[in-house]
Design a protein around this ligand. Structure first.
Ligand code: NZQ
Ligand code: ZN
Length: 392
């Protein structure tokens, strides 16, 4: 077991109609001029943005708005947001939307609070010394960005998708109203559930320092999200399932399910980020398309964890050799993906990559992790390429 730092400063306000607390919360955290940042317009169509601005108007809080954060959010909009905030004297950011709007807001926050090019942080050239305070109204349970220390941005030039993590960007508050997720297309709901599970699985499949309390919570979270994802595939307006998934999403990426281990594996995410950068696929779907190939490539190096996952999460029978049990667990996970209409390979994801494309992605991925990474199994560029080839 390893020592750890557990820091989750985000005030969570959870439940129906909680978005009406937004002005009160901005006041509490000292915001006087707000940039409301959102995505492609779902918050306009649902009426949420109008409800939020009404609350701010009534409370006398000044604000400006900036929409347009696309899935796999772009650096160019971040630059635009930084300029706007500086010009307008913004001192608080409010992201209304999903991981993309939140991550874009976090990057804007870094840009305003630090001199120089904000991309330097994502390019591992230097560390941020602060970030503008940020609040969130979440509309999709998925990335956990509402409590996490990370943000992921795509630089259009060269299609480079990179993450940067620091405690400075952890949101001051997160408003979580499960009802807001009921307008999601089924595909996005399933992508979200996949991502939530993967954030816990990345921490679970390790060769270092596992802790029983952490494992038990992780397995409980995985079982819960798996069952709720199946419920939501048939009954998207089921409030309780929406609520379970939404809270699981925050817990899956605020550090809780990694306490005591070596930090986790994270290679499925790194391999997916190249797909997101190059082919602009939905993050959760990209993860599902890669995971089975990754798992088959690494399971022998992390057999006790794969066996435990098969038994305690996927519920496979405790019969046969450890390897057989582990493989049945991987198959069961892929069956679950199919059940919620997630892809299990790149073809099903709709990615028509040539072998040259795979070579390029493996190279960019290896550069992005300084040559190699992984705890279940340490992967280098040739391993990354082998996994991409398996996933075709
Ligand atoms: O843009 P709008 O119009 O809002 O539509 C979005 C978007 O098309 C739509 N949507 C969101 N809430 C909705 C809704 N449509 C109807 N009703 C609602 N209530 O769903 C689509 C996806 O939204 P997006 O914000 O892109 O999804 P997600 O939350 O999955 O975020 C994905 C991004 O986050 C990064 C991913 O790589 C990707 O760039 N990640 C961020 C992490 C973090 N900061 O901690 C960790 C993750 O591993 C991940 O890498
Ligand atoms: Zn993720």
């Amino acid at each position: 077991m390893f020592g750890f730092k557990y820091y989750t400063p985000t005030k969570v306000v959870f439940g129906k109609e909680t978005e009406i607390k937004v002005a009160e919360l901005i006041h509490e955290f000292g915001g006087t001029k707000v940039l409301i940042h959102y995505g492609g317009g779902s918050v306009i169509r649902s009426g949420l943005l109008a409800r939020v601005t009404k609350c701010l108007d009534e409370a006398g809080i000044a604000y400006i708005t900036l929409g347009g954060a696309v899935p796999n959010p772009h650096l160019s909009l971040v630059y635009e947001g930084i300029e706007l905030c500086r010009k307008e004297g913004v001192d608080f950011l409010l992201a209304v939307g999903g991981g993309s709007a939140i991550d874009s807001a976090k990057a804007i926050g870094y840009g305003v609070a630090n001199e120089g090019d904000v991309w330097d942080f994502y390019d591992y050239k230097r560390q941020a010394k602060g970030c503008l305070p940020l609040g969130v109204i979440l509309t999709i349970a998925a990335t956990g960005s509402e409590m996490s220390d990370s943000s992921v941005i795509t630089k259009e030039e060269g299609l480079v998708k990179r993450g940067y993590s620091s405690d400075y960007c952890r949101p001051r508050f997160a408003i979580l109203n499960p009802e807001l997720t009921m307008t999601l297309p089924d595909y996005q709901t399933a992508c979200g559930c996949t991502d939530i599970m993967m954030h816990t699985m990345e921490r679970y499949f390790t060769n270092g320092g596992n802790m029983e309390i952490t494992d038990s919570m992780a397995e409980g979270l995985l079982r819960t999200v798996k069952e709720c994802a199946k419920v939501l595939a048939k009954d998207p307006n089921n409030y309780d399932a929406r609520a379970e998934v939404m809270w699981a999403g925050s817990l899956a990426h605020n550090g809780l399910t990694g306490c005591g281990n070596d930090g986790g594996d994270w290679m499925t995410h790194k391999l997916e980020h190249e797909l997101g950068g190059l082919y602009d696929v939905a993050h959760g779907a990209g993860l599902a398309a890669i995971w089975g190939s990754w798992a088959r490539y690494v399971y022998k190096n992390c057999l006790p964890r794969f066996k435990r996952f098969a038994l305690n999460v996927m519920g496979v029978a405790n019969e046969g050799s450890d390897e057989e049990i582990a493989l049945r667990g991987i198959e069961a996970m892929e069956d679950f993906y199919r059940e919620i209409k997630m892809p299990t390979n790149l073809r099903e994801l709709g990615v028509k990559a040539t072998d040259e494309d795979l070579v390029l992605m493996a190279h960019k991925c290896a550069v992005g992790v300084n040559g190699g990474m992984g705890s279940a199994r340490f992967l280098r560029e040739e391993d990354m390429l082998a996994i991409y080839r398996m996933s075709m």
